[in-house]
Design a protein around this ligand. Structure first.
Ligand SMILES: Cc1ncc(C[n+]2csc(CCOP(=O)(O)OP(=O)(O)O)c2C)c(N)n1
Ligand SMILES: [Mg+2]
Length: 344
């Protein structure tokens, strides 16, 4: 795949070598996780449907690069990339997708319900738009507790969620209360087979935020540096108590809506080719090698490490046991107590 040079501005990169390495390894980890996860789904090893996010890696990586485990994210049905960018382990994720007892949620959540509160990952979920009030709630908690280094919450959601009432209510409330939240809209052009030009009233979704007094930015979601720069501003604004930001990340999913969906039925090959010519991994490789920030050997070494990690994660999942029957109700219901209800 060739990069479209005319569209990839050559801005100078002022990111530390460690962070650059993290950006590339995280994007490559997501890519190879998704490709391997799809292979395993087709072999019948995944429990239920899976929604691959390859092609969209630059969005979650460019944003999560500015977050710590104390910051929160809410995710979607297409959540593997968000989980990986937030630092979840690929072996436990792969095991979760395969319904194994060693999985992130002990095999009871599956692909669309991976969560890890210790990493600030509030969970993937299958309800379109549901990440939004979760993130706003986390941001409200952060403000209420008045942490010294305010935790920031990011809601990831797709273009399909942007006409849901809950987004508009959440933007209004978070603007009034200046909550440390970022609305990260991954506009991949489609909600299932419905193109956004057909279902969303504007080409410029970010402009909707202005109606709520929130800055709205449109960024090239195929270029991790563009996302990184915009997210840096948004996180800074949130942490300093100035309130929310809306980021519209223009991106593309390389596969169908879910594993068995054939996107050729509703989108053109030229469109796919166009986005693949802007692939986030290739443009990163060209940018850092041409500017002398990393060598091809550095990149190769990272790719080899990740290949090994994903192979191990897959073997780990395939050789892990299924949960025992007596695990069925464990971790499903919250233990009742007065203190939980705030009564004592
Ligand atoms: C409230 C709700 N409505 C409808 C659905 C069915 N559904 C699942 S995914 C999806 C499309 C979502 O599109 P988008 O938000 O753009 O995310 P993408 O799949 O493109 O990542 C729909 C309509 C759902 N899960 N939840
Ligand atoms: Mg979409």
């Amino acid at each position: 795949m060739k990069k479209n040079k005319s569209e990839n501005e050559k801005k100078s990169v002022s990111i530390s070598p460690k962070k650059l390495r993290w950006l590339y390894s995280s994007m490559y980890r997501i890519r190879r996780f998704e490709e391997t996860m799809l292979e395993q789904t087709f072999k019948g090893n995944a429990m239920g449907v899976t929604h691959p996010s390859d092609g969209q890696e630059a969005g979650p990586v460019g944003i999560c690069a500015h977050l710590t485990d104390k910051d929160w994210i809410g995710s979607t049905h297409r959540g593997h990339g968000h989980c990986i960018a937030k630092g979840l382990e690929t072996n436990r994720m792969m095991a979760e997708i395969m319904g194994r007892s060693t999985g992130q949620c002990h095999g009871k959540g599956g692909s669309m319900h991976i969560a890890d509160f210790s990493k600030g990952m509030l969970g993937a979920n299958a309800i379109v738009g549901a990440s939004i009030p979760l993130a706003v709630g986390a941001a409200l908690t952060s403000k209420y507790k008045n942490n010294e280094k305010k935790s920031v919450a990011v809601a990831f959601f797709g273009d399909g969620a942007t006409s849901q009432g809950v987004l508009h209510e959440s933007m209004n409330l978070s603007s009034i209360w200046k909550l440390p939240v970022i609305f990260a809209c991954e506009n991949n052009g489609y909600a299932e087979a419905t193109p956004s030009w057909y279902a969303v009233s504007t080409d410029d979704i970010a402009s909707r935020a202005e109606g709520y007094g929130i800055p709205g930015l449109q960024v090239d979601g195929m270029d991790v540096f563009s996302v990184y720069d915009a997210a840096e501003q948004a996180v800074k604004r949130a942490r300093s108590g100035e309130g929310p930001t809306f980021l519209e990340i223009k991106t593309y999913r390389y596969h169908g809506h879910f594993h068995a969906d054939d996107p050729k039925k509703y989108r053109k090959q030229e469109e796919e080719d166009y986005f693949k010519s802007k692939d986030c991994l290739i443009s990163f490789e060209e940018r850092v090698t041409e500017s002398g920030l990393m060598t091809s050997e550095d990149l190769n070494e990272i790719r080899n490490e990740i290949e090994e990690e994903i192979k191990k994660a897959t073997d780990f999942a395939l050789t892990s046991p299924m949960p025992d029957h007596d695990e069925l109700y464990k971790d499903v219901y919250v233990e009742y107590s007065n203190s939980l209800l705030g009564l004592r």
